[in-house]
Design a protein around this ligand. Structure first.
Ligand code: ADP
Length: 611
């Protein structure tokens, strides 16, 4: 049995990025499974042919029985009767079983992982701005929606469409053997059916697309509220959030009603149309029988096949609605998911083994894709290997942005950034980011163990190195005291949203341990110790000073005492360098930095600093 499930490699990577067109996207997401799908299609066809063959046998038996002498019937006809019985109890179940296994096991179990893994891989490669411009919940919901819809469409095509088309083709052949007028009647009915479908399905598709879009808005709204639940409570805005959710759901409800109306009409009209088929075929063959050219077996055969097809129309139309609404959902999701990667590795990009750590920003401009004055306005800075630079400036001066563009989380609008003399555009993103250990002010924890969270910095490091890093980041002591809701303790305790709640300072210490473990030639600390109390900070500062040996360091800090001892202090203002020099030199100069220093209270730059 399991062999059927192994016929497709469920995690085969796709060829390049996904095309933005619907058919291109479907081909991309299913590539590698076509051969198996064709085989499944054939089993569907075989099932359809078997259906009609059954009706043919019944007609034949009736005619044959009527023409035979009952006393010797079984004695004479047993071989052919046995063969027919074998068809019903052996061959037909085998064909159907094969089709079921191909549909449920081969296709059903593999296509969703195949499509989802491809989409997810593409999504992970998106630039940071892609995620900042959308809701996390909406993106993941679209991923699921599209993968499920592609899987369903493929399954339905293979299962239902092949089966029904094969049934129809065989029915035509069979009616042809009775009388050409039956063929004509079926053909006319079929033409009406096709026109009917063509009238309804595009509308159903539109309504389904609208419904999918409004459903995504509901998810986005709900996830946004839950993500920010603390703020909702602090401002006592649950009522407002509830109303916003209700508004979104109301819109969803309206699009669902529209969809429901059209699909109800569709089904009702279709059933009426389906009702005509047995009337036409049985009536027609009766009429032909009165003319003497059809037999009783022919009438039975026509009756059986037309009622089968008539029943099938309900089922096929249901599937057709499913297929078209799924196509609507795929179209809706494809818009979001196939966006080309904004930041790409150039074909000629060369990996770096270990950087020396020479960093040069050269007249860099960047504005987060917005018009007007930017976050970086001609920012230039040269940091030599092993140099430790402290970056200060008012909030919004562009310090974090400078760090972000160095890691190529965004591509600069103008100017260049060089690492060891190579433009970072010519370095693969992963290779570039491997050279830099960055600690940001806010680090969310993965919903994994403390060990896994620290080892994220270097999954190959052993426990010994991991614990050493934790000790240096002053994290070891509190980690061994952790206990999560499942009773896991110490390094096994799970962190993150659904794990142990850590304070901002504890999260920063884990983030530091992770960065220490990474052992990169460059360290970027963006308010890395801002959430620690002065005592812990002082002792971490010693560890950090030790870690900084032999590395290039850029440290952003509001608390000036933490960077006063750096080799050089760079003051940013309006996205460019305003002043630079050593702590003493800048104090003597009496400019912005001296202002910050004299006005900082308790070591922080005051809100009104240097004004
Ligand atoms: P700093 O780190 O010095 O406080 P930032 O680099 O965070 O300053 O911000 C510089 C400017 O860029 C600010 O005007 C800020 O509003 C803007 N900015 C920062 N991050 C984003 C973002 N993700 N999207 C759009 N604008 C941003």
């Amino acid at each position: 049995m399991k062999g059927f499930a192994d016929l497709i490699d469920a995690f085969a990577p796709a060829d390049g990025p996904p095309p933005t067109s619907l058919t291109g996207f479907i081909k991309w997401s299913l590539s590698g499974s076509w051969r198996v799908m064709s085989v499944s299609l054939l089993t569907g066809v075989a099932q359809g042919v078997a259906e009609v063959a059954g009706a043919f046998m019944l007609g034949w038996v009736i005619d044959d029985a009527l023409a035979s002498d009952p006393t010797h019937y079984f004695a004479e006809k047993w071989p052919i009767l046995l063969a027919m019985a074998a068809f019903f109890v052996v061959l037909r179940p085998v064909v159907m079983g094969l089709n079921a296994a191909m549909t449920a096991l081969t296709i059903g179990a593999n296509l969703l992982p195949l499509v989802l893994s491809r989409i997810h891989r593409h999504t992970m490669g998106q630039a940071l701005s892609f995620f900042e411009d959308d809701f996390a919940g909406r993106i993941s919901q679209k991923q699921m929606q599209v993968s499920r819809a592609v899987t369903d469409v493929a399954m339905e095509l293979v299962n239902v469409v092949s089966f029904s088309l094969a049934t129809l083709a065989a029915a035509f052949a069979l009616f042809g053997s009775i009388d050409w007028r039956l063929v004509l009647a079926l053909a006319i009915w079929l033409v009406v059916y096709v026109f009917f479908i063509r009238h309804y399905l595009p509308r159903i598709r539109e309504f389904s697309k609208a419904r999918a879009a409004t459903r995504a808005v509901v998810t986005g709204q709900v996830v946004d509220t839950i993500t920010n639940i603390a703020t909702v409570k602090l401002f006592a805005r649950a009522g407002r959030e509830d109303q916003a959710a209700i508004d979104a759901m109301q819109t969803f409800r309206i699009t669902s009603i529209d969809f429901g109306k059209i699909s109800t009409w569709f089904r009702f009209n279709l059933m009426t149309l389906a009702g005509f088929l047995p009337v036409l075929m049985i009536g027609g063959s009766l009429w032909i029988w009165t003319k003497g050219t059809a037999s009783a077996g022919d009438i039975a055969m026509a009756g059986l096949i037309s009622t089968r097809i008539s029943q099938m129309t309900g089922w096929v139309s249901f599937t057709a609605i499913g297929i078209f609404s799924n196509i609507g959902e795929i179209e809706d999701g494809v818009k979001t998911l196939t966006v080309p990667h904004l930041i790409q590795d150039s074909a000629s990009a060369k990996k770096i083994v270990r950087a020396k750590g020479d960093i040069r920003f050269q007249d860099v401009w960047f504005n987060y894709g917005k018009a007007g004055s930017g976050a970086l306005n001609g920012f230039s800075l040269h940091v030599t290997p092993g140099e430790k630079v402290g970056l200060v400036g008012r909030s919004g001066a562009g310090k974090s942005t400078a760090a972000a563009v160095l890691l190529r989380l965004y591509d600069v609008a103008d100017g260049q950034i060089f690492l060891d003399g190579t433009d970072i555009q010519d370095i693969p993103q992963d290779s570039l980011r491997n050279q830099i250990a960055m600690v940001r002010q806010e680090t969310a924890m993965f919903n994994r163990s403390a060990r896994d969270n620290i080892l994220y910095g270097n999954p190959d490091a052993g426990d010994e190195a991991m614990i050493a890093a934790a000790i240096r980041a002053e994290a070891h002591d509190f980690i061994i005291g952790l206990k999560d809701f499942k009773g896991r303790t110490g390094y096994e305790a799970h962190l993150g949203e659904r794990g142990v709640k850590l304070s901002g300072g504890q999260r920063q210490r884990i983030a530091l341990a992770r960065a220490i473990l990474k052992d990169a030639p460059i360290m970027v600390l963006d308010e890395a110790t801002s959430a620690l109390d002065s005592e812990v900070e002082a002792s971490i500062q010693d560890a950090l000073t030790h870690e900084m040996q032999g590395r290039t360091v850029i440290a952003i800090a509001h608390r000036l005492s933490t960077i006063a001892a750096m080799d050089r202090i760079v003051v940013m203002e309006n996205g460019r360098v305003a002043e630079e020099g050593s702590h003493t030199l800048l104090l003597a100069k009496g400019g912005l930095y001296a202002g910050f220093w004299s006005r900082q209270s308790g070591g922080f730059i005051g809100a009104d600093a240097a004004e």
